[in-house]
Ligand binder design. Structure first.
Ligand SMILES: [Zn+2]
Ligand SMILES: [Zn+2]
Length: 292
């Protein structure tokens, strides 16, 4: 029997019949199937064959996505992404979607890169090419699963498989049992620890809370809060006037600050007092006096 090396070409029925007759071969098949995921689902991003860009191709395509000064308004006349006519862009590679509508390949891919799963731009076009691709992908996956099921079903009929599987399950049960034993020791250990050191822990907690109150009432914090609200006032005027965001300025190094400060200024969060806390973890070295 001649079998193609990719399982989407194997009929499930053929495989079932074959294994029915030659159950001893099932193992070979399973091994063979294990090699398939890679061939069916290639890596999403392969390394480019030539990592260096060809400057000629780059220059030729750099202007492709630029919108035309004399825009076309329908798909028959040209590419709806860049609005250039087919006549004006002769020789520029095109891509045709399942719906039959075409775009410049670079324009389409550029849009895809920017927005995941772009739709066809033709008004009234109801065919979503990506939805078809998704369904095809799922169907292939399902078929692969079905083939695996057939092979495992045949394995299940083998006494040695059943014996090995039951041994495996016994091992898993054992691991689960002893693992919950350790979990319990950890939980009990923590309870003991808190029970034994309750006064010390609470002493620490109270001290920490007092320090926090002092920090909150400090001149430094008052100054900090005032500086942030001063920034907010100026920034909102600044951004309204120039229509640029803080992020844009930061990326171009026109404003400079550490990420902790940026976090606050970009309103991702407030001052983080939790850093005052001490983390005591098991298995770590003893604390050293930071003031000595
Ligand atoms: Zn185009
Ligand atoms: Zn379309």
């Amino acid at each position: 029997m001649d079998i193609e090396p990719e399982n989407q070409y194997i009929s499930l029925e053929t495989l079932e019949n074959y294994i029915e007759q030659h159950p001893e071969d099932a193992e070979k098949w399973l091994k063979f199937m294990d090699d398939t995921p890679e061939s069916i689902y290639p890596l999403r991003r392969r390394r480019p064959i030539d990592p260096e860009l060809n400057p000629e191709i780059l220059t030729a395509n750099l202007e492709t996505t630029k919108t035309s000064d004399t825009p076309i308004d329908n798909y028959q006349a040209g590419c709806l992404h860049c609005k250039k006519s087919w006549a004006a862009t002769e020789g520029v590679p095109q891509i045709e979607l399942i719906c039959g509508h075409s775009y410049h390949t670079v324009c389409y891919m550029y849009d895809h890169f920017k927005n995941d799963f772009p739709r066809c731009m033709v008004e009234d076009c109801t065919i979503d090419s990506w939805e078809y691709v998704r369904v095809i992908y799922k169907a292939k996956r399902k078929k692969n699963d079905e083939v695996h099921n057939v092979l495992l079903e045949s394995h299940k009929r083998r006494p040695d498989f059943r014996k090995d599987l039951s041994d495996l399950n016994k091992c898993i049960t054992e691991v689960t049992k002893y693992s919950s034993g350790v979990e319990k020791l950890i939980k009990d250990g923590k309870c003991e620890l808190i029970h034994k050191h309750l006064h010390s822990i609470n002493y620490l907690q109270e001290d920490m809370n007092e320090t926090l109150v002092l920090i909150r009432a400090s001149e430094e914090r008052t100054n900090y809060k005032a500086s942030v609200s001063k920034f907010r006032k100026l920034a909102s005027r600044f951004f309204r006037k120039y229509h640029v965001s803080f992020r844009e300025l930061y990326q171009r190094r026109l404003v400079r600050c550490g990420w902790e400060v940026r976090r606050v200024l970009e309103r991702h969060g407030t001052f983080r007092y939790y850093k005052l806390g001490c983390r005591i973890y098991p298995g770590q070295k003893n604390f050293k006096d930071p003031l000595v």
